[in-house]
Ligand binder design. Structure first.
Ligand code: HEC
Ligand code: HEC
Ligand code: HEC
Ligand code: HEC
Ligand code: HEC
Length: 383
């Protein structure tokens, strides 16, 4: 049963790629009908004019937050321990444009669109609270960072929230009662980046080359922001986050002590942030001159969640549904340096040491299994 749902979703995903609208002919008159304010508009319609932004968004995890096989697997796993009503909470951030959850159609295009253009750009404000949410409802006004822009199909309005971290807080902060599960916003808020006015957008949505609208629609003078915010899937972004240094090495009484320092030098929140199933692993090894490994050890930087009985939780769906306490949290705060000492018995000769910092995430994904069982065979010689 579970496999069947998955395969249907997957096939549907391929179909939608083929059906994506291309911006070849834009008829503003025809489009105006869609902008009636009753429903959210599909992103491919916005993409007809906002071509460059659409291309970037399409590749982002925001556009894939419902199609993402890791998320879909987590939903199916969640349904094995919680009723649909509780699991439907997940959609408020992953598929926020879906208002009606009763009788949700997992295969509708609106569901598969994830975090859509129109959901974000219909935001007039924010509902504050432990788990905040954006005040978004479909309408003719598209809110954005600029003032006084004109469009043939919709109205525009400047909303300063679009340049502030509080906008991202609408989904990147999640608490279960008094326990913070996703706390990227509050980690940022407590950091020097917040007091210096460096917002999420500065690091994740910088200005890039490209036009706001296709030049055939209008010659625009404004700059565009990157709509594919890089995170833990971007090697470039991860490399900006941390530095690893050997800061001291001493040999005494036949034993080496090597101090390794890890610094959160570039992330505007804890490292790692977001889902607590991700961690940093500091791997240390020592080899003799001849290349023989004589010592290995490692150290983890992570937030470990526990259920009501204090049992540690490692899987995404259990973390999201069952966390009742934080068992430990030694992640690196913005700017923070932590030192780890590795000690090992000194060999006669010289020794080479190596410290490596890895970002680790081991999610569950439902995959297609090939079943290939021989149930009979015949062999015969002809002629
Ligand atoms: C027919 C073309 C067209 C379509 C379709 C279209 N837009 Fe626009 N949009 C424009 C033009 C033109 C501007 C103004 C650009 C300028 O003056 O630089 C604009 C501006 C904007 C702005 C900037 C607002 C601001 O003040 O910062 C946002 C946000 C926006 N559109 C969102 C959307 C969304 C979301 C959709 C889909 C629901 C959409 N647009 C569909 C043509 C279009
Ligand atoms: C996660 C929410 C989110 C989604 C999804 C999103 N945007 Fe934006 N968009 C923003 C934010 C935030 C800004 C302003 C960033 C800034 O100024 O620092 C912005 C800026 C814009 C602007 C003004 C020009 C610019 O780039 O600054 C336009 C136009 C726009 N978006 C259109 C779109 C379209 C079209 C889509 C879908 C293809 C889309 N957006 C998807 C959040 C979003
Ligand atoms: C409507 C909800 C929503 C809003 C608003 C939102 N996000 Fe997200 N964001 C998500 C979801 C859901 C995911 C995870 C998608 C997935 O992988 O399934 C995500 C993923 C990301 C990732 C990628 C993480 C990775 O693992 O690579 C980054 C970076 C990110 N968001 C940055 C931002 C920034 C910056 C803003 C504000 C400008 C913002 N988001 C606003 C819902 C949102
Ligand atoms: C000073 C720059 C900076 C600021 C400010 C910043 N980030 Fe990040 N962010 C990074 C870097 C670097 C990474 C990559 C390291 C990592 O994954 O933690 C990252 C990673 C992420 C990820 C991916 C986490 C993962 O493991 O996949 C998300 C989501 C994210 N940031 C959201 C936000 C939000 C939301 C804000 C604002 C509240 C924000 N960031 C502010 C630099 C920044
Ligand atoms: C408050 C908003 C919010 C809610 C509610 C929410 N999520 Fe998420 N989810 C996010 C954000 C934001 C990310 C990206 C986190 C990051 O990378 O820092 C994410 C990431 C994930 C990921 C990892 C996806 C990937 O590809 O990396 C899984 C799995 C996931 N969520 C499952 C769930 C499940 C299951 C539920 C419901 C029990 C749920 N989420 C409810 C906001 C939310």
């Amino acid at each position: 049963m579970i496999m069947r749902i998955w395969i249907i979703i997957k096939i549907h995903f391929f179909l939608t790629i083929l059906l994506v609208v291309t911006p070849s002919s834009i008829n503003s008159g025809e489009l105006s009908d869609k902008f009636d304010g009753k429903n959210y508009i599909k992103s491919s319609v916005c993409g007809g004019c906002h071509t460059k932004i659409y291309e970037a968004w399409k590749r982002s995890l925001h556009a894939n937050s419902a199609r993402d096989p890791i998320f879909q697997t987590a939903i199916l796993q969640s349904l094995s321990i919680a009723p649909l009503k509780e699991v439907s909470k997940c959609f408020s951030c992953h598929v926020p444009a879906v208002k009606k959850i009763e009788g949700i159609d997992f295969m509708s295009e609106d569901v598969l669109e994830g975090v859509t253009c129109d959901y974000c750009h219909s935001t007039s404000g924010i509902e504050k609270g432990r788990t905040p949410s954006l005040r978004s409802s479909p309408g003719i006004i598209k809110y954005g960072p600029y003032s006084g822009l004109e469009s043939p199909v919709h109205k525009t309005q400047e909303n300063p929230l679009f340049r502030q971290s509080e906008f991202c807080m609408g989904c990147h902060e999640y608490w279960n009662k008094n326990i913070g599960i996703l706390t990227t916003y509050s980690e940022w808020k407590a950091s020097k980046y917040s007091s210096e006015g460096i917002q999420c957008q500065n690091c994740h949505m910088p200005y890039v080359e490209g036009e706001i609208v296709d030049p055939s629609v209008k010659k625009s003078l404004k700059k565009i922001n990157l709509h594919e915010p890089p995170g833990g899937r971007s090697i470039e972004q991860l490399k900006k986050a941390a530095e690893v240094k050997i800061i001291s090495k001493r040999v005494q009484d036949g034993k080496w002590d090597v101090e390794v320092r890890v610094i959160n030098s570039g992330a505007g929140h804890k490292l790692p942030t977001g889902l607590p199933s991700r961690y940093l692993l500091l791997e240390f090894s020592a080899e003799t001159e001849g290349g023989k490994r004589i010592y290995t050890d490692n150290y983890k930087f992570m937030k470990l969640m526990g259920d009501a009985q204090g049992k540690p939780l490692y899987r995404d769906y259990e973390i999201m549904l069952k966390s009742e306490r934080i068992l430990s949290d030694n992640r690196l705060s913005p700017g923070e340096a932590q030192t780890v000492v590795f000690s090992f018995i000194a060999p006669e000769d010289g020794v080479h040491v190596n410290a490596k910092l890895l970002y680790v995430y081991e999610p569950y994904v439902i995959t297609r299994e090939l079943m290939n069982v021989e149930i009979g065979s015949v062999k015969e010689k002809l002629r």
